[in-house]
Design a protein around this ligand. Structure first.
Ligand SMILES: NC(=O)C[C@H](N)C(=O)O
Length: 304
């Protein structure tokens, strides 16, 4: 039986940050911890906005916090490929000039989102892959780390479970993402992941693909997705949700329709978060759980 599609939303006002800690099936007793991790990250992002930083700075900061939290499938603690190694995917985009940066199949760095940000700032190319991405990172001063610094015991256990064919959904949850609106009306989005557990070497998911995992356009909305990456890519879910908002839908309705479409059209599962230019936020999932948090000037909310 498939899970019901759950969605939620609210009003951030002039500025705010929303993060997710991945659509999936986290054990019920652990969900509150994931929501707490999301809240810490969303607060860190909001602090950037309070200090006058941009939406782009805020999503990078929030995503870094989630990458550094070993609970999540990104940065340290990311899931492992079929060879027991970490290969990260990440992307970031800003909604004013539609600048974007991304890395995929990147090995040996703790904060891929900041390397994606460096690609955005550099401006020459949007997406760097594999060894070329690592070379770009080193040239920008990022310090490589060994897999021993990135691989957690939980990730090893998840790989062992997957190798036995006992992975609940066939993919690991806990990808991370962030969307933000700043006081100048600028939107940004970021997504970072280790992908799916036991993935083939060279497999790239939706998270580094602009339009699938991440999208931001000040005239439409900011979106970060999570879930079955192959489905997200085939339906360009982040851009689809953004186009719903361009057409006038509020963020919650936009992501709900996109997640419904993902299920209805190809039977795929996942979740998404969004902010529309009017300052509404929304989230939707067709999985058993998706941890999330939202922070704004006068309040905060979180859940799973
Ligand atoms: N957990 C996830 O969200 C996985 C990610 N979307 C991927 O397929 O790479």
């Amino acid at each position: 039986m498939s899970e019901p599609i759950v969605s939620q939303g609210g009003l951030l006002g002039r500025f705010g940050v929303v993060v997710h800690g991945g659509a999936g099936n986290v054990k019920p007793e652990r969900r509150a911890k994931h929501a707490e991790g999301c809240l810490r990250a969303a607060r860190a992002g909001l602090e950037v906005l309070r200090q006058g930083g941009s939406a782009l700075d805020a999503v990078e900061r929030a995503a870094r916090a989630l990458e550094d939290d070993t609970l999540f499938n990104a940065g340290t603690g990311a899931c492992l490929d079929e060879e027991g190694r970490v290969a990260h995917d990440a992307s970031i985009m800003e909604g004013k000039g539609l600048a974007a940066g991304a890395v995929c199949d990147l090995r040996g760095f703790a904060n891929p989102i900041s390397i994606a940000r460096a690609a955005l700032d550099d401006g020459r190319h949007v997406l760097y892959a594999s060894e070329g991405a690592a070379r770009f990172a080193r040239a920008r001063g990022f310090v490589p780390v060994g897999d021993e610094a990135l691989v957690t015991e939980a990730a090893r256990e998840a790989l062992a479970t997957a190798r036995q064919g006992a992975m609940p959904m066939g993919w690991a949850g806990n990808t991370i993402g962030a969307v933000a609106l700043d006081g100048h009306g600028l939107l940004a989005a970021a997504t970072s992941t280790g992908g799916v557990v036991n993935k083939r070497v060279g497999r790239v998911g939706d998270s580094p693909i602009i339009g699938a995992g991440t999208y931001a356009d000040d005239e439409a909305g900011a979106v970060s997705t999570t879930g079955h990456g192959e489905g997200m890519i085939r339906l360009c879910i982040a851009r689809t949700a953004a186009e719903h908002m361009r057409g006038g839908l509020a963020a919650e309705e936009a992501v709900r329709r996109s997640i419904e479409h993902l299920r209805g059209r190809i039977g795929s599962t996942g979740g998404a978060i969004a902010i529309d230019p009017r300052g509404h936020y929304g989230l939707s999932r067709s999985t058993a759980s998706m941890s999330w948090a939202a922070t704004w000037a006068e309040g905060e909310a979180s859940g799973f």
